[in-house]
Design a protein around this ligand. Structure first.
Ligand SMILES: [Zn+2]
Length: 147
């Protein structure tokens, strides 16, 4: 693991009330940096989970069944455009292109290095609250499967 502080060591899972996938527990700090005004005023502190399925309209939901939709999040457009790294503004498309022209290594190393020294902000910028490097890993997995 990198030294990126986000993600947390204790992650509990709960099933999304809409799509049924298993969702990870996220911090209130992530919620308060992600939800738009005025919806943010209605948020009560509790145990919240993030639905990572892009086709599902549910963004966050709590154990108390409070639901915040993805279109109520500040990064909704970025999410729809498949943002890969929210901290350093890298799109999935850009990274896929860089894999073709051989600059992917440079980009990834930049993110790894910044993450190591703590210059990332995944916990507040990434809607999942998780380290953006997880997105890179996931993408690489997907690309390998397609081969
Ligand atoms: Zn869902």
């Amino acid at each position: 693991m990198s030294s990126c502080s986000s993600g947390g060591s204790t992650s509990f899972a709960l099933v999304c009330p809409q799509c049924g996938i298993s969702c990870k527990n996220i911090s209130m700090k992530t919620i308060f940096h992600q939800v738009r005004f005025p919806e943010i005023l209605d948020i009560e502190t509790g145990s919240y989970y993030y639905c990572a399925d892009k086709s599902c309209s549910v963004g966050y939901f709590s154990q108390e069944e409070k639901v915040i939709f993805k279109n109520q999040l500040k990064i909704f457009t970025e999410l729809k455009n498949n943002k890969l790294c929210y901290c350093f503004d890298i799109n999935t498309e850009q990274y896929v292109d860089s894999l073709k022209d051989g600059t992917a290594e440079t980009i990834k190393n930049f993110v790894i290095q910044k993450t190591k020294v703590g210059d990332c902000a995944c916990e507040i910028r990434n809607p999942s609250g998780q380290c953006c490097l997880a997105n890179f890993k996931q993408l690489e997995k997907t690309l390998n499967l397609d081969k």
